[in-house]
Ligand binder design. Structure first.
Ligand SMILES: [Zn+2]
Length: 248
């Protein structure tokens, strides 16, 4: 498997969002997607944020995203177009993970979402309003399929793990191979947060969040996978970014 990390820009959040109840200065965090080339297809995990929507709903998060950081431009840098993508999998339906879904309008891409996440986004709690405010995933003609349960094998060696807490249907992604990669997604935003067991300030069910952090750590230990963090600027700077890639 070949894996590319697609840069989708950055936003600014409060430190207490980065780590629940831990005060500190505001931080600029990266947003990125993960592209996987597999024998069974080309899979895209998450699609970043929609700049116009962010500027409308959360301007105080100071979103930054250049033309080069859009999904089409990032795919192109890897030699692909939107029509080459077999399936888009959203780890969850928050604003910074679904913004590019709408770009697939007119393609026959499959959109895969955990059934609990889809249900929650359609009928969320009042405090989840901002997170679920971008309905890009629900474009006309979107070919949405749900999966369910604790674990789902998308293709041999691509395991989607249900890791709730941050959101009800949140998922992490394990890529198995000689050099396994574990994308924790928003279970914990940074390496330090994971290490200290601190979930994001935003969460639906914190007790689930604690368990999901434990699960990610356990899976990493059992498989020897390297954990990749969704919103850690220091880690991000050290990652290979598209068009560079990882070989799993
Ligand atoms: Zn996020």
């Amino acid at each position: 498997m070949k894996v590319w990390l697609l840069d989708n820009g950055s936003i600014v959040i409060e430190h207490t969002q980065l780590m629940w109840n831990v005060p500190g200065e505001q931080v600029r965090i990266p947003v990125y997607s993960v592209l996987v080339e597999h024998d069974e297809g080309l899979f895209l995990f998450d699609t970043g944020f929609d700049l116009d929507h962010m500027n409308r709903v959360l301007p105080f998060e100071l979103p930054e995203r250049t033309e080069e950081q859009t999904i089409p431009a990032q795919l192109e840098s890897c030699g692909f177009g939107l029509g080459d993508v077999t399936a888009v999998v959203n780890s969850h339906l928050h604003i910074d993970h679904v913004g590019g879904n709408q770009l697939f309008k007119g393609t026959d891409v499959r959109h895969l979402i955990h059934e609990l996440e889809l249900a929650q986004a359609c009928n969320h709690e009042p405090f989840e309003f901002f997170g679920y405010s971008d309905k890009s995933w629900d474009y006309e003609g979107a070919n949405i399929e749900t999966f369910s349960g604790d674990e789902f094998e998308l293709a041999p060696g691509i395991r989607i793990l249900h890791t709730p807490g941050h959101t009800v249907g949140h998922c992490s992604v394990l890529l198995e191979g000689e050099q396994p990669m574990l994308f924790a997604m928003d279970v914990a935003y940074t390496a330090t947060a994971m290490e200290r067991g601190i979930q994001p300030g935003f969460h639906h069910t914190p007790v689930d969040g604690v368990r999901s952090i434990a699960r990610v750590k356990q899976v990493a230990e059992e498989t020897g996978a390297r954990i990749f963090y969704s919103h850690d600027m220091d880690e991000w700077r050290g990652y290979r970014r598209a068009p560079e890639h990882y070989e799993v």
